[in-house]
Design a protein around this ligand. Structure first.
Ligand SMILES: Cc1ncc(COP(=O)(O)O)c(C=O)c1O
Length: 331
Protein backbone atom coordinates (compact mmCIF):
# COMPACT_ATOMS: atom_id res chain seq x y z
CA UNK A 1 0.00 0.00 0.00
CA UNK A 2 1.24 3.50 -0.79
CA UNK A 3 0.36 6.39 1.56
CA UNK A 4 0.83 10.08 0.93
CA UNK A 5 0.98 10.93 4.64
CA UNK A 6 2.06 8.91 7.64
CA UNK A 7 -1.23 9.25 9.59
CA UNK A 8 -2.99 7.45 6.71
CA UNK A 9 -1.05 4.35 7.80
CA UNK A 10 -2.75 4.36 11.24
CA UNK A 11 -4.88 1.26 11.80
CA UNK A 12 -5.41 -2.01 9.95
CA UNK A 13 -3.10 -3.66 12.46
CA UNK A 14 -2.56 -7.43 12.29
CA UNK A 15 -3.68 -10.13 14.73
CA UNK A 16 -1.21 -12.58 16.21
CA UNK A 17 -2.72 -15.85 17.45
CA UNK A 18 -1.35 -17.21 20.73
CA UNK A 19 -1.93 -20.98 21.10
CA UNK A 20 -3.72 -21.91 24.32
CA UNK A 21 -3.44 -25.21 26.23
CA UNK A 22 -6.48 -27.21 27.41
CA UNK A 23 -9.05 -24.86 25.87
CA UNK A 24 -11.17 -24.50 22.76
CA UNK A 25 -10.68 -20.75 22.89
CA UNK A 26 -8.64 -18.70 20.46
CA UNK A 27 -6.54 -15.86 21.79
CA UNK A 28 -5.40 -13.03 19.52
CA UNK A 29 -3.16 -10.03 20.12
CA UNK A 30 -4.02 -7.04 17.96
CA UNK A 31 -0.65 -5.52 17.24
CA UNK A 32 -1.25 -1.83 17.74
CA UNK A 33 2.47 -1.14 18.06
CA UNK A 34 2.42 -1.29 14.24
CA UNK A 35 0.89 2.20 14.20
CA UNK A 36 3.37 4.93 13.15
CA UNK A 37 3.90 6.27 16.70
CA UNK A 38 4.15 2.72 18.05
CA UNK A 39 0.87 2.62 20.01
CA UNK A 40 -2.90 2.40 19.74
CA UNK A 41 -3.11 6.01 20.96
CA UNK A 42 -2.19 7.23 17.45
CA UNK A 43 -5.82 6.53 16.57
CA UNK A 44 -7.36 8.80 19.20
CA UNK A 45 -4.63 11.48 18.93
CA UNK A 46 -5.33 11.94 15.23
CA UNK A 47 -9.09 11.97 15.89
CA UNK A 48 -8.86 14.60 18.65
CA UNK A 49 -6.93 16.94 16.31
CA UNK A 50 -9.13 16.28 13.25
CA UNK A 51 -12.34 16.89 15.26
CA UNK A 52 -10.95 20.04 16.95
CA UNK A 53 -10.10 21.45 13.50
CA UNK A 54 -13.49 20.44 12.10
CA UNK A 55 -15.41 22.08 14.95
CA UNK A 56 -13.31 25.27 14.74
CA UNK A 57 -11.97 24.89 18.32
CA UNK A 58 -8.50 24.93 16.71
CA UNK A 59 -7.11 26.18 13.43
CA UNK A 60 -3.91 25.29 11.61
CA UNK A 61 -2.05 28.29 13.14
CA UNK A 62 -3.00 27.07 16.61
CA UNK A 63 -1.17 25.27 19.38
CA UNK A 64 -2.04 21.81 20.66
CA UNK A 65 -1.38 21.23 24.38
CA UNK A 66 -1.62 17.88 26.13
CA UNK A 67 -0.60 16.18 29.36
CA UNK A 68 0.52 12.63 28.66
CA UNK A 69 2.70 9.86 30.00
CA UNK A 70 3.92 9.47 26.44
CA UNK A 71 1.92 7.61 23.85
CA UNK A 72 -0.86 10.17 23.35
CA UNK A 73 1.77 12.89 23.08
CA UNK A 74 3.69 10.88 20.47
CA UNK A 75 0.47 10.48 18.43
CA UNK A 76 -0.28 14.20 18.79
CA UNK A 77 3.32 15.12 17.88
CA UNK A 78 2.97 13.19 14.62
CA UNK A 79 -0.43 14.76 13.81
CA UNK A 80 0.86 18.26 14.67
CA UNK A 81 4.03 17.81 12.60
CA UNK A 82 2.02 16.69 9.60
CA UNK A 83 -0.31 19.72 9.84
CA UNK A 84 2.51 22.18 10.61
CA UNK A 85 1.05 22.99 14.02
CA UNK A 86 2.79 23.76 17.33
CA UNK A 87 2.53 21.07 20.00
CA UNK A 88 3.41 21.31 23.69
CA UNK A 89 3.62 18.04 25.65
CA UNK A 90 3.44 18.13 29.44
CA UNK A 91 5.19 15.11 30.93
CA UNK A 92 6.66 13.87 34.20
CA UNK A 93 9.28 11.31 35.21
CA UNK A 94 6.71 8.50 34.65
CA UNK A 95 7.08 9.01 30.88
CA UNK A 96 9.85 6.69 29.71
CA UNK A 97 12.82 8.87 28.59
CA UNK A 98 12.70 7.23 25.15
CA UNK A 99 9.07 8.33 24.74
CA UNK A 100 10.10 11.95 25.42
CA UNK A 101 12.96 11.64 22.91
CA UNK A 102 10.51 10.38 20.28
CA UNK A 103 8.17 13.38 20.86
CA UNK A 104 11.17 15.72 20.54
CA UNK A 105 12.24 14.02 17.32
CA UNK A 106 8.81 14.91 15.88
CA UNK A 107 9.29 18.55 16.96
CA UNK A 108 7.23 18.64 20.16
CA UNK A 109 8.05 21.20 22.86
CA UNK A 110 8.38 19.52 26.27
CA UNK A 111 7.29 20.91 29.64
CA UNK A 112 8.61 18.59 32.33
CA UNK A 113 6.87 18.63 35.73
CA UNK A 114 9.61 18.72 38.37
CA UNK A 115 8.83 17.83 41.97
CA UNK A 116 9.50 15.58 44.89
CA UNK A 117 7.78 12.52 43.40
CA UNK A 118 8.74 8.91 44.11
CA UNK A 119 9.86 6.78 41.15
CA UNK A 120 6.50 4.97 41.03
CA UNK A 121 4.35 8.09 41.61
CA UNK A 122 2.72 10.07 38.80
CA UNK A 123 2.46 13.88 38.75
CA UNK A 124 -0.74 13.74 36.77
CA UNK A 125 -2.63 16.36 38.82
CA UNK A 126 0.16 18.92 38.33
CA UNK A 127 0.31 18.02 34.63
CA UNK A 128 -3.42 18.64 34.15
CA UNK A 129 -3.22 21.97 36.02
CA UNK A 130 -0.35 23.22 33.85
CA UNK A 131 -2.19 22.12 30.69
CA UNK A 132 -5.24 24.21 31.60
CA UNK A 133 -3.05 27.21 32.58
CA UNK A 134 -1.04 27.13 29.34
CA UNK A 135 -4.24 26.97 27.29
CA UNK A 136 -5.40 30.19 28.98
CA UNK A 137 -2.04 31.91 28.43
CA UNK A 138 -1.37 30.94 24.80
CA UNK A 139 -3.75 32.50 22.28
CA UNK A 140 -5.31 30.16 19.72
CA UNK A 141 -4.41 27.04 21.71
CA UNK A 142 -6.35 24.05 22.96
CA UNK A 143 -5.74 21.71 25.90
CA UNK A 144 -6.78 18.37 24.44
CA UNK A 145 -7.54 16.91 27.89
CA UNK A 146 -7.85 13.31 26.70
CA UNK A 147 -9.54 12.17 29.94
CA UNK A 148 -12.54 14.41 29.26
CA UNK A 149 -12.46 14.59 25.46
CA UNK A 150 -15.19 12.53 23.71
CA UNK A 151 -13.01 12.40 20.59
CA UNK A 152 -10.69 10.09 22.57
CA UNK A 153 -13.17 7.13 22.62
CA UNK A 154 -14.42 8.37 19.24
CA UNK A 155 -10.97 7.61 17.80
CA UNK A 156 -11.47 3.83 18.04
CA UNK A 157 -14.22 3.31 15.45
CA UNK A 158 -11.61 2.01 13.01
CA UNK A 159 -10.41 -0.54 15.59
CA UNK A 160 -13.98 -1.82 16.02
CA UNK A 161 -14.57 -1.97 12.26
CA UNK A 162 -11.35 -3.96 11.79
CA UNK A 163 -12.42 -6.52 14.43
CA UNK A 164 -15.87 -6.85 12.89
CA UNK A 165 -14.25 -7.48 9.55
CA UNK A 166 -11.83 -10.03 11.00
CA UNK A 167 -14.46 -12.01 12.97
CA UNK A 168 -17.76 -12.79 11.30
CA UNK A 169 -19.81 -12.45 14.52
CA UNK A 170 -17.36 -10.15 16.26
CA UNK A 171 -14.98 -11.45 18.92
CA UNK A 172 -16.56 -13.13 21.99
CA UNK A 173 -14.49 -11.12 24.46
CA UNK A 174 -12.20 -8.10 24.51
CA UNK A 175 -9.69 -7.68 27.34
CA UNK A 176 -8.01 -4.26 27.35
CA UNK A 177 -6.19 -1.77 29.57
CA UNK A 178 -7.92 1.12 31.28
CA UNK A 179 -6.17 4.46 31.72
CA UNK A 180 -8.34 7.38 30.63
CA UNK A 181 -10.88 4.70 29.67
CA UNK A 182 -11.00 6.08 26.13
CA UNK A 183 -10.05 2.90 24.32
CA UNK A 184 -12.18 0.48 26.38
CA UNK A 185 -15.19 2.80 26.11
CA UNK A 186 -14.83 3.39 22.36
CA UNK A 187 -14.12 -0.28 21.63
CA UNK A 188 -16.54 -1.72 24.22
CA UNK A 189 -19.48 0.42 23.11
CA UNK A 190 -18.73 -0.18 19.45
CA UNK A 191 -18.56 -3.96 19.86
CA UNK A 192 -21.63 -4.15 22.10
CA UNK A 193 -23.63 -2.11 19.58
CA UNK A 194 -22.93 -4.96 17.17
CA UNK A 195 -23.53 -7.80 19.63
CA UNK A 196 -24.78 -7.23 23.20
CA UNK A 197 -23.28 -10.41 24.66
CA UNK A 198 -19.64 -9.59 23.86
CA UNK A 199 -17.72 -9.60 27.15
CA UNK A 200 -15.65 -6.47 27.77
CA UNK A 201 -13.00 -6.80 30.47
CA UNK A 202 -10.97 -3.83 31.71
CA UNK A 203 -7.56 -4.23 33.35
CA UNK A 204 -5.92 -1.53 35.46
CA UNK A 205 -2.68 -1.71 37.48
CA UNK A 206 -2.88 -2.86 41.09
CA UNK A 207 -2.71 0.55 42.83
CA UNK A 208 -4.96 2.34 40.34
CA UNK A 209 -8.39 3.53 41.54
CA UNK A 210 -10.64 2.96 38.48
CA UNK A 211 -12.37 -0.15 39.85
CA UNK A 212 -12.72 1.05 43.43
CA UNK A 213 -9.63 -0.56 44.97
CA UNK A 214 -7.31 1.39 47.29
CA UNK A 215 -4.72 3.47 45.47
CA UNK A 216 -0.96 3.15 45.85
CA UNK A 217 2.02 3.85 43.57
CA UNK A 218 2.70 1.51 40.65
CA UNK A 219 5.31 1.26 37.92
CA UNK A 220 3.09 0.48 34.90
CA UNK A 221 3.25 3.49 32.58
CA UNK A 222 0.36 5.10 30.70
CA UNK A 223 -2.36 2.97 32.22
CA UNK A 224 -4.63 3.25 35.28
CA UNK A 225 -5.65 6.28 37.31
CA UNK A 226 -3.34 7.03 40.23
CA UNK A 227 -4.60 8.00 43.69
CA UNK A 228 -5.36 11.73 43.81
CA UNK A 229 -6.32 11.94 40.16
CA UNK A 230 -9.87 12.08 38.81
CA UNK A 231 -11.24 9.13 36.87
CA UNK A 232 -11.59 10.08 33.19
CA UNK A 233 -15.00 11.51 32.25
CA UNK A 234 -14.75 9.56 28.98
CA UNK A 235 -14.89 6.24 30.86
CA UNK A 236 -18.34 4.63 30.67
CA UNK A 237 -18.49 1.87 33.27
CA UNK A 238 -21.63 0.31 31.83
CA UNK A 239 -19.76 -0.95 28.79
CA UNK A 240 -17.36 -2.94 31.04
CA UNK A 241 -18.53 -6.36 32.30
CA UNK A 242 -15.61 -6.98 34.63
CA UNK A 243 -12.78 -4.82 36.01
CA UNK A 244 -9.54 -6.48 37.14
CA UNK A 245 -6.15 -5.43 38.45
CA UNK A 246 -2.74 -6.63 37.27
CA UNK A 247 0.28 -6.29 39.54
CA UNK A 248 3.48 -4.74 38.16
CA UNK A 249 5.06 -8.20 38.43
CA UNK A 250 2.29 -9.90 36.42
CA UNK A 251 2.44 -7.17 33.78
CA UNK A 252 6.22 -7.00 33.38
CA UNK A 253 7.03 -10.72 33.68
CA UNK A 254 4.38 -11.39 31.01
CA UNK A 255 5.91 -8.74 28.72
CA UNK A 256 9.35 -10.37 29.14
CA UNK A 257 7.84 -13.85 28.55
CA UNK A 258 6.33 -12.78 25.22
CA UNK A 259 9.66 -11.34 24.07
CA UNK A 260 11.51 -14.58 25.00
CA UNK A 261 8.89 -17.00 23.65
CA UNK A 262 7.18 -15.25 20.74
CA UNK A 263 9.75 -12.68 19.58
CA UNK A 264 7.26 -9.88 20.17
CA UNK A 265 8.38 -6.92 22.26
CA UNK A 266 5.39 -5.53 24.16
CA UNK A 267 4.97 -2.85 26.82
CA UNK A 268 4.01 -3.43 30.46
CA UNK A 269 0.34 -2.43 30.34
CA UNK A 270 -0.24 -4.92 27.50
CA UNK A 271 1.54 -7.56 29.57
CA UNK A 272 -0.97 -7.00 32.40
CA UNK A 273 -4.01 -7.27 30.12
CA UNK A 274 -2.61 -10.40 28.45
CA UNK A 275 -1.93 -12.07 31.81
CA UNK A 276 -5.49 -11.38 33.00
CA UNK A 277 -6.97 -12.56 29.68
CA UNK A 278 -5.06 -15.85 29.98
CA UNK A 279 -6.15 -16.26 33.61
CA UNK A 280 -9.82 -15.80 32.55
CA UNK A 281 -9.45 -18.23 29.63
CA UNK A 282 -7.83 -20.84 31.89
CA UNK A 283 -10.83 -20.72 34.26
CA UNK A 284 -13.34 -20.69 31.38
CA UNK A 285 -14.65 -17.31 32.54
CA UNK A 286 -14.36 -16.21 28.91
CA UNK A 287 -14.23 -18.40 25.83
CA UNK A 288 -14.39 -18.32 22.04
CA UNK A 289 -12.44 -15.69 20.12
CA UNK A 290 -10.70 -13.38 22.56
CA UNK A 291 -8.81 -10.22 21.60
CA UNK A 292 -6.32 -8.15 23.59
CA UNK A 293 -4.42 -5.21 22.10
CA UNK A 294 -0.66 -4.79 22.21
CA UNK A 295 -1.12 -1.16 23.30
CA UNK A 296 2.53 -0.29 22.70
CA UNK A 297 5.92 -1.89 22.14
CA UNK A 298 8.62 -2.81 24.63
CA UNK A 299 11.20 -0.68 22.79
CA UNK A 300 10.07 2.22 24.99
CA UNK A 301 10.88 0.29 28.20
CA UNK A 302 14.26 -1.32 27.52
CA UNK A 303 15.84 0.38 30.55
CA UNK A 304 13.14 -0.78 32.94
CA UNK A 305 10.97 -3.83 32.21
CA UNK A 306 13.60 -5.48 30.01
CA UNK A 307 16.52 -4.67 32.31
CA UNK A 308 17.20 -7.61 34.65
CA UNK A 309 18.83 -5.48 37.33
CA UNK A 310 15.99 -2.94 37.33
CA UNK A 311 13.45 -5.76 37.73
CA UNK A 312 15.47 -7.62 40.35
CA UNK A 313 16.19 -4.60 42.53
CA UNK A 314 12.46 -3.85 42.71
CA UNK A 315 11.52 -7.44 43.49
CA UNK A 316 9.43 -7.69 40.34
CA UNK A 317 10.74 -11.00 38.96
CA UNK A 318 8.54 -14.02 39.71
CA UNK A 319 8.92 -17.69 38.81
CA UNK A 320 5.25 -18.33 39.79
CA UNK A 321 4.03 -16.03 37.04
CA UNK A 322 6.27 -17.78 34.49
CA UNK A 323 4.93 -21.14 35.69
CA UNK A 324 1.33 -19.95 35.21
CA UNK A 325 2.10 -18.70 31.70
CA UNK A 326 3.79 -22.04 30.89
CA UNK A 327 0.62 -23.84 32.10
CA UNK A 328 -1.70 -21.68 29.98
CA UNK A 329 0.23 -21.19 26.72
CA UNK A 330 1.14 -23.89 24.20
CA UNK A 331 4.58 -22.56 23.15
C1 LIG B 1 0.91 2.03 27.37
C2 LIG B 1 -0.51 2.40 27.65
N1 LIG B 1 -1.34 1.46 28.12
C3 LIG B 1 -2.63 1.73 28.41
C4 LIG B 1 -3.16 2.99 28.21
C5 LIG B 1 -4.59 3.24 28.58
O1 LIG B 1 -5.40 3.52 27.49
P1 LIG B 1 -6.71 4.41 27.67
O2 LIG B 1 -6.25 5.80 28.02
O3 LIG B 1 -7.39 4.35 26.35
O4 LIG B 1 -7.55 3.84 28.76
C6 LIG B 1 -2.33 3.99 27.71
C7 LIG B 1 -2.83 5.35 27.53
O5 LIG B 1 -2.09 6.29 27.31
C8 LIG B 1 -0.97 3.69 27.41
O6 LIG B 1 -0.14 4.62 26.92
Amino acid sequence: MIFSKITDSIGNTPLLEIPIKFSDSYFYLKNEKNNPGGSMKDRMARNMVVQALKSGKLNLDGTIIESSSGNTAIGLAIAAQELGMRFIAIVDHHAAPDKIKIMCAFGAEIKFIEGDYKEDEVAVVARQKLGAELAKEIPNSMFMNQSDNPDNPGGYTGFVDELLEEFENGPDAYVGCVGTGGSITGIGKGLKAFRKDIKIIGVEPDGSIVFGQPGHPYYQSGTGTPKGDEIGKVLEYDCIDLGLQATDSEAFVTARYFAKNFGVLIGGSSGGAIYKALELISTNTISGNIVTPIVDGGEKYLNTIFDDEWMESRNLLSSNIIENLDNWIDK
